[in-house]
Design a protein. Structure first.
Length: 331
């Protein structure tokens, strides 16, 4: 494939947008490198010792994060959403006296829409849903990465464990969480023009909603799957078998994807500049029950799926004009 070079005379605002996205996707190696450097410098060992002690005792990932409002409002996040751009829409107001579990779809490769809309104030989520404190939840393993974990906590991200979700919902009215539902399995199907969701067998968040009495809110991001291209890994291919095997051993897997580069349009780890439109749907009312039956769980799941499909059908001709096929629930 011939590399399509970008022009040199790019406006300053676009360079700043690129810088914002580059810093975010490079944050893990940056944080790890800083920590390793601190470990290497003997003069910094007291700091490293104090920090490791703090890590050992810190329970914030499972207790509702540690939000720092000014970090969520940094101008860099505005540049981040302008890069694609990412836009946030809601269908109706939500009652701040209720608790909610928001389900984000599709998972995509990285979940750029989920992060920017709910992990920052770049699109003014606190004004879009006033009185509702949403914690975006991510894998617990992310909180084992030095320094990076503290950035996540300051952005109001928490662990996606059952205990964490329960504690958040027990904090009182308005305290809610956002879960990116499909997981690693769904990310393997993320490619432009296609929205294949792994949802039928995802019952854990439905059960938690029923046990806590939290309403379910479907959220669909048109364009989330369009920002990266992925190597062909159809079922039965060697690539897919290796990815599935890797997931069974380590609990996660990595899509073989590419986007664009900093100075080219078709090769690199930077996402493509393609718009993402995130729609917050209507709440699915849930009745609290300590021990829900499978029949109750499936009934709530059916209403949730219907609400999600309704969002897709309503907006697909507006925000998914270039789709290859319509939404499918594959598992």
């Amino acid at each position: 494939m011939a590399i399509q070079l970008a022009p040199l005379n790019v406006p300053r605002k676009r360079r700043l947008q690129t810088l914002a996205v580059l810093l975010w996707i490079s944050l893990v190696p940056i944080c790890v490198s800083i920590f390793i450097y601190c470990c290497w410098r003997v003069s910094l060992w007291p700091f490293v010792t104090a920090y490791c002690t703090y890590l050992y005792f810190d329970v914030a990932p499972d207790h509702g994060a540690r939000k720092v409002e000014w970090i969520r409002r940094l101008v860099i996040w505005r540049w981040f959403v302008q890069y694609f751009p990412i836009r946030l829409h809601k269908e109706v107001d939500l009652d701040p006296d209720r608790n909610y579990i928001f389900g984000y779809h599709p998972h995509g490769i990285i979940g750029m829409g989920a992060f920017s809309n709910f992990g920052t104030e770049a699109n003014d989520i606190s004004k879009v849903l006033p009185g509702i404190n949403i914690r975006l939840l991510t894998l617990a393993s992310n909180f084992s990465i030095p320094l990076y974990r503290d950035v996540l906590l300051s952005l109001n991200l928490g662990s996606v464990s059952r205990k964490s979700i329960t504690r958040i919902l027990e904090k009182g009215p308005g305290h809610s969480c956002m879960i990116v539902i499909g997981g690693a399995t769904e990310s393997l199907s993320a490619r432009p023009g296609i929205n294949d969701l792994v949802l039928k067998r995802r019952l854990g968040f439905i059960k938690l909603a029923i046990r806590s009495g939290a309403d379910l809110v479907p959220v669909f991001s048109f364009g989330e799957n369009d920002i990266y291209d992925q190597l062909d890994n159809a079922e039965g291919t060697t690539v897919r078998m290796l990815q599935t095997r890797f997931q069974s051993i380590f609990g996660f897997t990595t899509p073989l994807f590419h986007g664009r580069g900093i100075f080219n349009y078709n090769m690199g780890i930077m996402p493509h500049r393609r718009p993402i439109h995130t729609i917050i749907g209507r709440a699915v009312r849930v009745q609290q029950c300590d021990e829900p039956t499978m029949e109750q769980v499936l009934e709530v799941q059916e209403r949730y799926i219907n609400a999600l499909v309704s969002i897709y059908d309503k907006y697909k001709d507006q925000y998914a004009k270039d789709r290859i096929r319509d939404l499918r629930i594959i598992e």
